[in-house]
Design a protein around this ligand. Structure first.
Ligand code: BG6
Length: 478
């Protein structure tokens, strides 16, 4: 087999959109600043809007001046030379002619920062324009569908043109340093593996809390809600990485095979238990970080049954995790921005210090953002000549200060250029995740479970607390 040619073109479809401005171009700019982009790489922005190259370059510059805190004239001059713009329209037979001319037969990565309803048409257009060469790859942004059926349909359309090995499905959480650190924590240390199971672990909590509301994204968000926007992808990825068996090696398929086994072991949700196992919420006006925040319905300007908060209990029916609940919680307009995984160990089987309040069960806390930290709470005897005063102290591995925090897309771009799919999501992973999420949505639907209101700036509706209290547990919010 001949080696694939190096990637010399990146085409961003949806180049005038929000994702390109907020994430994609700043990531590419940073990579260029660090000398990590190949010399010949050209970045071709494409969208329906007609625009000259000069106007596009100026627009990118303005965005970067605001978003790249390290904007530098010399780097910009180099970066700007890579930029090009071609309008495109996949509804016309020759709608990709400009892109084809700019790619000029080079090996290319096509990044689809577009509505997924267009993925099939873009793939067909690329094929018809002779742009789907064997060395070319396609990168797909989430959401990949709205449920299993639509996800399968998109995957099927894409696979008619691009073989699975050339399809790179993004879940940007996998590009975050701290998420990759989970693998190092689990599989580069012998310490945790003997305890990583239902004999030692009481339960697991995964929280992805955001302070921002939906704002002007409601057009997209209202169709998806927190379940499809966050749980189907980012949160199930975090759950899989925590719960998976040790893979044989760190190869893309070895890791993804293990994640797939976890997704297959998720206990299907049923309407009989949905009230006990899940909570939907929607923010009303309130105060976040000292500032008044409007409610979701005010932002949208019309009634809606979309949830902006979800808390639910997932059970993994396998030998390792039987009986260990995984509590997932995510929402907009919560009191703080926090992405955190807590592994709560079981209480002592017997206390030689007698029954007391200051004896805590051990806990491993993995903070992914905004702080990057892994800490293990251990009980320690406080100083003093008399008595025994116990205190839980963290053994902490602060991961901050390793230089500038990178945007997750930086790593994902480099991997897509290099053809390394390890941090991208395989088709069976996406579809299994949708199958489980469909079960949750169906149960909510059957029960007519409307979202409960919560004040912006609070930790969700009361039911979110009851979800854990029911089994004598609580969210670990300190
Ligand atoms: C995106 C969701 O995938 O992730 C957004 O569509 C959400 O609604 C975002 O705000 C959160 O990403 P991060 O990296 O800020 O945690």
């Amino acid at each position: 087999m001949t080696e694939p040619r190096p990637i010399e073109r990146l085409v961003i479809f949806g180049a005038t959109g929000d994702l390109a401005a907020r994430m994609l171009l700043p990531s590419l700019y940073h990579l260029d600043a660090d000398g990590l982009l190949l010399g010949p790489l050209r970045i071709i922005g494409s969208a329906r809007t007609q625009m000259t190259r000069e106007a596009y370059v100026e627009r990118v510059r303005k965005d970067l001046e605001v978003r790249a805190d390290d904007f530098d004239e010399a780097v910009w001059t180099r970066f700007a030379q890579r930029l090009d713009y071609c309008d495109s329209d996949v509804s016309r037979p020759d709608g990709l002619a400009g892109v084809a001319a700019a790619v000029g037969g080079a090996a290319a990565v096509y990044f689809l920062a577009l509505s997924p309803s267009l993925y099939g048409a873009v793939c067909r257009g690329l094929d018809a324009a002779g742009l789907a060469c064997d060395d070319c790859r396609i990168v797909l942004e989430k959401p990949l569908g709205k449920d299993l059926e639509t996800s399968r349909a998109i995957n099927a359309e894409v696979s008619r043109v691009f073989a699975e090995s050339r399809v790179f499905r993004i879940d940007h959480y996998l590009g975050k340093e701290t998420v990759q650190n989970l693998l190092a924590l689990r599989f580069a240390n012998t310490l945790f593996e003997p305890l990583w199971n239902n004999l030692a672990v009481d339960h697991v909590q995964i929280t992805v809390a955001e302070t921002e509301g939906v704002g002007d994204r409601w057009g997209y968000y209202d169709e998806y809600g927190a379940l499809r926007d966050m749980v189907q992808n980012h949160m199930l990825q975090l759950l899989s990485l925590v719960a998976m068996e040790p893979p044989a090696d760190s190869g893309a398929d070895s890791v993804r095979d293990e994640k797939v086994k976890v997704l297959k072991s998720l206990r299907p949700f049923t309407s009989a238990e949905a009230h006990q196992m899940s909570v939907r919420g929607q923010y009303r006006s309130g105060v976040v970080g000292g500032k008044a925040a409007p409610g979701y319905l005010e932002e949208k300007g019309s009634p809606s049954d979309t949830e902006t908060f979800v808390a639910l209990r997932a059970d993994i029916d396998n030998w390792r995790w039987a009986g260990v609940p995984f509590y997932l919680r995510t929402g907009k307009c919560l009191p703080e921005r926090r992405t955190q995984i807590v592994i709560q160990f079981k209480p002592l089987p017997h206390s030689i210090f007698g029954a007391r309040d200051d004896l805590m069960a051990n806990r491993l806390v993995i903070d992914l953002q905004p702080d990057e930290d892994i800490s293990l709470l251990l009980n320690n005897r406080g100083p003093g000549l008399t008595g025994t005063h116990l205190q839980a102290l963290p053994l902490s591995l602060s991961l901050a200060g390793n230089g500038r925090r990178r945007i997750a897309y930086e790593r994902l771009f480099l991997d897509a250029f290099a053809g390394n799919p390890a941090l991208f999501v395989r088709r069976d992973e996406v579809e299994l995740a949708w199958a489980w999420i469909d079960g949750v949505a169906k149960a909510w639907n059957e029960l007519g479970m409307a979202p409960r209101s919560y004040a912006a700036g609070s930790w969700g509706p009361p039911g979110a607390f009851a979800l854990l209290e029911r089994t004598g547990r609580e969210w670990l919010d300190e």
